[in-house]
Design a protein around this ligand. Sequence first.
Ligand SMILES: Nc1ncnc2c1ncn2[C@@H]1O[C@H](COP(=O)(O)OP(=O)(O)OP(=O)(O)O)[C@@H](O)[C@H]1O
Length: 552
Amino acid sequence: MEMEKLVSLCRRRGFLFQSSEIYGGLNGFWDYGPLGVELKRNLKDAWWRDMVAAHDDLTTHAGAPGAYEMTGLDCTIIMHPQVWKVSGHYDLFADVLVECKESKKRYRYDQVRCRWIDGTGMHLPGSDQQYATEQVKYLIATVAENEAEDLEKRAMKLLKVRSKDKDSLKWIDGVTTLDQIDTQDFDKVFAPEATKLGTFGEPRDFNLMFESHAGALQSEDNKVFLRPETAQGIFVNFKNVTDSSRVKVPFGIAQVGKSFRNEITPRNFTFRSREFEQMEIEFFCHPSQSQDWYKYWRDRRMAWWQSLGLSGKNLILRDHHPDELSHYSTGTADIEYAFPFLPEGEYGELEGIAHRGDFDLRSHMEGKLDPNSCPLTVQLGEDGKPVHRGSGRDLTYRDDITNERFTPHVIEPSAGADRGALALLCEAYHEDTAPDDKGQDQTRVVMRFHPRIAPVKAAVFPLVKKDGMPEIAQDLYRALKKKFPAFYDEKGAVGRRYRRQDEAGTPYCLTVDGQSVQDQTVTLRDRDTLEQVRMKLDDVVEEIERRVTGSC
Ligand SMILES: Nc1ncnc2c1ncn2[C@@H]1O[C@H](COP(=O)(O)OP(=O)(O)OP(=O)(O)O)[C@@H](O)[C@H]1O
């Protein structure tokens, strides 16, 4: 599937719009339209229901080392700045960026791809000849894989090659990234959108947290940050939750909410946004059982995405290589999806499941990072100097039965609601053929959402706007609406109404015709099989409900 087709459908049918579009949009920010908001809400609701609300804490689930409890939280976006100091985000949550001095554009160092070209043997006019005689190789930097064609044009421009010289321009095998070359070679790099060589500055760290100030003064003392993840709110409330509820280890705390990252190069539709929603669980368990719980969550989360229709070759579970692991983690796996904007064989992360040991709770108790690197005067030591410390609170846990006191280990399944919604949109997009009103086969675009996450579950059409059909159809629509989102449409040819619902991904359409007035029956059309069955009007609501919930 070409991504452009999906992007255009999302805009045309109201799944996604660019934020502030009438002002030209804001890079990295997206709004969900009338259909998109339902889709994303269904995804978040399914997650909350399956992970928290409907979780059976009395039963040992398949693959789990035992029964466990689940509970929820909703924390603020802005938290005490010390949280980010202790979590490591203040000092370490950075990407390396390079800036082009000419275009003033910034690029993520690890994402600027390069390709060498060889000027050897080319006949170049004027001073450019020296490039060729020096047999210099040039790097062309590009930010996306699909810019290859543009790359060639830019190479030609760079070397001012006349068309007759085109054949002497040689691509040297091997696409590389900037971090694989020495920065002293930067003077031979042609940056995207630059007109001359060597415009890249030195690579430098760029912290991804958005900053603001709490209160009227704009000083270092009241600087605050928009959370870059929801997880820290859970860790700092660990004690509040265990003290105020009766949960016992093992148990999990879940949270859904907005996170913000000032990504250097937001792109690929909503995949890399600057404002996005996360669905995170911090699962607290005894250290001796943590490996088993890690395996359980890894497999459970994979099975969950599959249950929503992301399956087959598009979804993979990738265990991190030991070299990729954070120093505190003994296991991390990503659930990845083959997004269509990625090159063949590449996958993008939907969710990460990490064994985090006791790193987070211990950090919030004791603090870990280097105090000298901290410009935030949040806590003062006995000597009056700013120190970097954890909260000093006891975040250990005492087992009532064994009396053992320990710092729980944490398994963190951390998923993105926006990336999830995007994967569901990509997976759903299909083109096939279906007969129009005249029986002629036409190409149809159909969003094959799993009924559970489809924005609208059923649409009701009176065949014509007379002879008692609208009245029956409207009553049916009202009855359906009490249970789930439904749509009523009486405009235009019925075939065209079906097409609109196919593009919206509505799994069931109900048509009220002349026979309905006679015998109180309607036809139910299935979006995917196109099968039409006649059924009693009185049975419709129950039947749709059975099909939607039965698909869970
Ligand atoms: N900029 C973003 N836009 C949309 N979703 C995001 C973004 N960053 C993270 N997420 C989502 O939050 C989840 C958990 O965040 P995590 O910190 O593990 O991501 P990450 O490993 O930094 O992602 P990436 O390597 O792609 O930047 C991700 O799996 C993803 O679904």
